[in-house]
Design a protein around this ligand. Sequence first.
Ligand code: HEM
Length: 468
Amino acid sequence: MVVTAAPPRGPNNPPIIGNLYAFRSNPLQFLIKAAREYGDLVYFRLAVQHMYLVNHPDYVREILVNNQGNFLKSRALQRSKVLLGEGLLTSEGQHHLRQRRLVQPAFHRERLAGYASAMSGQAVKACERWQAGSSMDVSVEMSRLTLSVVAKTLFSADVESEASEIGEAMTAALQMFQLLVMPFSEYLIKLPLPSVRRFEKARALLNSTIYGLIRERRNSGQDTGDLLSMLLLAQDEEQDGGKKHGGGMTDTQVRDEALTLFLAGHETTANALSWTWYLLSQHPEIERRLHQEIDTVLQGRAPELADVPQLRYTEMVFSEALRLYPPAWGIGRMVKAPFELGGVEIPAKAICILSPYLIQRDARWFPEPEKFDPERWTPEARESRPKFAYFPFGGGARVCIGERFAWMEGVIVMAAIAQKWRLRLDPDQHIEPLPLITLRVKNGLRMTAEPRAANISASIRTKLPTKT
Ligand code: HEM
């Protein structure tokens, strides 16, 4: 039942465009100001679209868990079907449930073990590529690394040789995402714009690569232990009783899921790692403690799956980086039927914005919210907070399917790199977030790599008595 309730609070909405201009020019700043001024539920309009900013963990639970059936992925994400088809990220209802059942086994614990060595191997390769004292854009490096991890774990492919070509296509596809999430983009993509042509080219390249791989794998009939094999082998016992042919996925479904995992699994993790290196470079004490843990656990060898539970401080650092800079900084949901939230009636077709970036920086749940403090992630500290005060991976039926994969990748990559290198921020950079689909580092992140072994031996040498 809908309660006739208090009118929602929020900023003035100028005629016709509402707050579209302010929101589009700096969405984070707009939302932060709105929450500060109007509290836990804020109403505003973007042109004709009614928007509700939801800024309390209990409300997040209401939307993502308790009433999740009353919401659709926001229209913005639905528009990206042009790229992702009916993959997990974009599909809804029964189709989504079936696909989720089919894809889930690819993320079971036994399968993840196989992915850990790919993660470690690719991180070690990245370490070997870097030169002492040379400056690089760490966000580009992390992107290259997570791309190679997802290619290896998804397709057993080594994209290093073609990394730039596929990387280019992915970047163009991500730029297209930007276009797709704009209001009225369904019309924009019919125009002969250069960005639309670039997207078409990128999509054609991605399609030909993925369909090629599917064909090869179907012909060979091999289970290579990667995600693609799992997708091809998947049978939906529940819905189709595992009927031969009936219970699996068509090539198009496999393509949609593979491309979804490829995109969802690459950019998010790259962002999270980039922000982690930035934060570590600003907090030498925390970096030192991280090095200590890594050196003690690994004793100089490359990390593997069995090390992950021992690398607890590493995981705490990664958790804290995901708190301050959650790659999925805003999660959108469109309301199906009117409902009541915190005494306010939310109409059908309104969009609710749930922002991990805002809630995870709220002093009610995280005192001194701007402070980078991995100690917030001891088991006791976690217990003391409401569950949805921290939700970098979303929640409920649509929680990130790659969450465990991402934690494992974060910890393994951090350990492999921090064991060998210390990354120092180059001077004269103003580092700030760029909230696109994911939370990128605006203008890149230039850092210089210093070899750690050399530092250690240098510090030992300084302590040795000098020969006379
Ligand atoms: C730090 C890394 C990552 C972050 C922060 C992240 C975050 C998220 C979030 C917040 C959602 C929910 C979106 C919503 O409810 O609208 C999501 C969904 C999803 N993520 Fe991730 N993700 C990460 C890594 C990955 C990886 C590594 C993969 C795959 C290998 C992946 C695949 C997916 C898929 C397929 C979905 C859609 C699930 C569904 O709707 O059923 N993600 N992710």
